[in-house]
Design a protein around this ligand. Structure first.
Ligand code: C5P
Length: 396
């Protein structure tokens, strides 16, 4: 349950008899180390008192959008931003309909609309209400928009009937949250991949041998794990993995601009691109003619995209680099991690046959600030999975 430690959980309680279980839910979340703030709808207040939940959560309970004192202390937008996740439990049939309809005329529905955090719903209602086509259509719409639905369970209901509609037990809900927090589900990654081409004239450029396969494999693996992925790709001959939002660029400057424009809402940035370190200082608009004499090219530095992301005020929570080295792998990789202010770096030896550039296989050594983890030679797709697992487990 360590994954919930320090997490900000906003618990929304709507009107249903299962609301009585929320006291246990708050206690369980706090035992798991989460900080909990409670928002109740007007109907919820008919089932449980805010006094109980205030005492258990350690924070005043909010219920109105029009509470001036509460808004002054933390506005509803700040509260929506504060939350690492929202759990609505119980989520009544009416609450599901309101969320599905995008309503914003009470505090809880407004928060669900205003948050960028994942919203988890624990439906609870009479079995016929649950089975009703209207409720099922609302649930399907919510699922499609990324809301996570937990339960309901079947069994004995407070109304005396037996069937599907019971809210999951607090312990089950906490386990479900922990599984989701400790996963790539619902996270947004920005990944760079491939080489960059730096033009000399309309027909010539300086490039490198990067195929982009490692970055594309990470993008595919992350989508398979439930993440949203934006992939900024240099010139590569690869098809876009399904579900990935791809932005094509050519030069380091274009890659830099695309990355900076895409930083909002990103929680993990992974730079696999082999960005050209230098570009011609001047680009000829006409094809450069050949002469008998030697030619001297003047090159200038390109922007370091990874360092720029790491130093940006909108720095994602995790910034991860790649290091391709021919020698002194550990030393150079760790130096790069320090110099660029990274949370982790994945290093591979280039120049070996059967791995690295252009190959479908790779062996990586991943460094975090406190550890070193080897991913033995495998397919790039499997290496991508292993890398994401390491980042998930080892980064705070
Ligand atoms: O400094 P070096 O190029 O060896 O660092 C490699 C790492 O930095 C890779 O993650 C690469 O994608 C990133 N990088 C970058 N922008 C550059 C140069 C490298 O994002 N201009």
């Amino acid at each position: 349950m360590a994954v919930l430690n320090g997490k900000h959980v906003l618990l929304g309680i709507t009107g249903g008899i299962a609301a009585y279980k929320c006291a246990e839910l708050v206690r369980g979340l706090r035992r798991a180390g989460a900080e909990v703030r409670v928002v109740m709808t007007a109907a919820a207040e008919r089932f449980v008192t805010s006094t109980t939940l205030q005492a258990l959560s350690g924070h005043p309970v909010r219920s109105s959008l029009w509470d001036e004192a509460a808004e002054a202390a933390m506005s509803h937008i700040e509260l929506a931003r504060w939350a690492d996740l929202i759990l609505v439990a119980p989520a009544s049939a009416d609450a599901l309909a309101r969320f599905a309809g995008g309503h914003a005329n009470d505090l809880l529905s407004t928060l669900c609309l205003a948050t960028e955090a994942p919203v988890h719903l624990a439906p609870a209602m009479n079995r016929v209400m649950w089975a009703n086509a209207a409720t099922q259509a609302n649930v399907a719409a919510l699922r499609g928009r990324g809301f996570r639905i937990h339960g309901p369970d079947s069994g004995e209901q407070a109304c005396g009937e037996t069937g599907q509609g019971r809210m999951l037990e607090p312990e089950q809900l906490i386990d479900a949250l922990a599984d989701n927090v400790g996963s790539w589900h619902g996270r947004h990654l920005l990944i760079t991949a491939g080489p960059t081409y730096e033009d000399l004239d309309p027909v010539r450029f300086i490039g490198n041998r990067s195929s982009g396969k490692m970055g594309f494999a990470i993008a595919e693996a992350a989508v398979a794990k439930g993440s949203k992925v934006t992939l900024v790709a240099g010139p590569v001959m690869l098809t876009t993995p399904s579900g990935v939002h791809r932005i094509d660029v050519r030069s380091a400057a274009q890659m830099h601009d695309a990355v900076m424009a895409g930083l909002a809402g990103i929680d993990t940035f992974i730079a696999t691109a082999a960005v050209a370190d230098y570009r011609p200082k001047t680009v000829s608009t006409a094809k450069i003619k050949k002469f008998d004499a030697d030619v001297v090219l003047v090159l200038e530095r390109t922007p370091d995209i990874l360092a720029a992301v790491s130093g940006n005020p909108m720095r994602p929570r995790h910034v991860v680099g790649f290091a391709a080295e021919t020698e002194n792998l550990d030393e150079y990789a760790q130096e790069k991690m320090r110099n660029k202010g990274l949370d982790a770096i994945a290093a591979n030896v280039v120049g070996l046959s059967g791995s690295g550039f252009e190959s479908n296989h790779n062996a990586l050594t991943v460094f975090t600030r406190s550890g070193r983890y080897a991913i033995p030679l495998t397919t790039k797709r499997q290496a991508a999975d292993a890398l994401l697992d390491i980042l998930l487990e080892k980064l705070p």
